[in-house]
Design a protein around this ligand. Structure first.
Ligand SMILES: NC(=O)c1ccc[n+]([C@@H]2O[C@H](COP(=O)([O-])OP(=O)(O)OC[C@H]3O[C@@H](n4cnc5c(N)ncnc54)[C@H](OP(=O)(O)O)[C@@H]3O)[C@@H](O)[C@H]2O)c1
Length: 291
């Protein structure tokens, strides 16, 4: 299969990149091969990707030279940063710059940058409806990514900007799912009022990314928003009720109350929910589920 185009997938042992690696490997058309990028080729996840047929290479996104080596001879690249590992938007922006520089130097023909909005375009720092965080951000885990979009454009990297959505799995990983209330009945606490939030299964992000690579040049320079569904908290509680076979009560809290929760990143998530609540029409329209 020497004629398959190689796609370097950063974060291949994680949620988004893993979904893309598996989608490429399972693709009946077999148009691409996967170069799975990891910091540790001996991990169980890396070995599993190798067993499935991926080429596994070692690189660290904080080391531009290693990114460039990982891109050698590739047609495409899936670029992603890992905010929740360090909580620093500046670090994400610096990593995105390294991606862009390395992609340009390696003549990557199609890059996907996994991004989110720079919320400051809608809520400038002077808007005190939500607090400014880390000195110059409203939603740190979104703003650094959105700010980095232009680095790819400025350097002339042929890029599609993949505007992702909240993963449904985050209800588990961030501990946001239903919990027993005072009366023992499960309660689903959600800070969006009656507004809809776009969400997606993280595995589907990878499938969509494969679709973007398949469409190729037509999507370069475009922003593609993706979601599986747009749901209100009440609709999510209804689904929990059906799946768990036990009534789950929906309880609305304010973003302010959410920000006060005691876990790292609660303020950033609280501001994100407020952004999605206050700009529901935009956030859902940018991630249409109609087509
Ligand atoms: N959670 C959500 O709902 C959501 C929604 C939209 C966007 N996002 C964004 O998605 C991003 C995280 O993506 P994910 O959920 O796919 O990640 P993930 O599942 O946490 O996996 C990240 C993988 O990346 C690798 N990695 C971490 N640091 C690295 C480094 N310095 N160099 C190279 N590889 C590194 C790790 O692999 P190795 O250990 O094998 O190197 C890890 O398996 C975050 O920036 C977040 O803001 C999240």
């Amino acid at each position: 299969m020497a004629d398959k185009k190689i796609i370097a997938v950063f974060g291949a042992t994680g949620a988004q990149g893993g979904g893309l690696a598996r989608a490429i490997i399972a693709d009946p058309e077999q148009r691409f091969s996967v170069r799975a990028v990891t910091r540790d080729a001996s991990s169980a996840k890396a070995r599993e990707l190798s067993r499935l047929g991926a080429e596994v290479v070692v690189a660290d996104i904080d080391d531009e030279q290693s990114i460039q080596r990982a891109l050698h001879g590739t047609y495409g690249a899936f670029f992603i940063t890992f905010f929740w590992d360090h909580l620093s938007p500046e670090r994400e922006t610096a990593e995105a710059r390294s991606f862009a520089v390395a992609a340009r130097a390696s003549d990557v023909e199609h890059a996907i940058w996994s991004t989110l909005e720079d919320s400051r375009r809608w809520v400038p720092l002077s808007d005190d409806r939500m607090p400014t965080l880390q000195g110059k951000y409203k939603v740190p885990h979104m703003d650094g990514k959105g700010e980095a979009d232009r680095l790819f454009s400025d350097l002339g990297v042929p890029t599609t900007f993949l505007l992702t959505s909240f993963y449904w799995e985050s209800l588990i990983h961030f501990g946001l799912g239903p919990k027993p209330g005072a009366d023992g009945q499960p309660v689903f606490v959600w800070p969006m009022g009656d507004k809809k939030a776009p969400g997606i299964a993280s595995e589907d992000i990878g499938r969509c990314a494969l679709g973007v690579f398949k469409q190729g040049p037509a999507l370069i320079g475009k922003t593609i928003g993706i979601a599986g569904e747009h749901l209100t908290g009440a609709q999510m509680a209804e689904t929990f009720t059906k799946v768990l076979g036990r009534e789950v009560r929906h309880e609305v809290v304010t973003p302010r109350a959410f920000r006060a929760l005691r876990f790292p990143g609660a303020a950033s998530l609280g501001n994100m929910f407020q952004f999605q609540r206050d700009f529901e029409d935009y956030c859902c329209a940018a991630r249409s589920v109609a087509s």
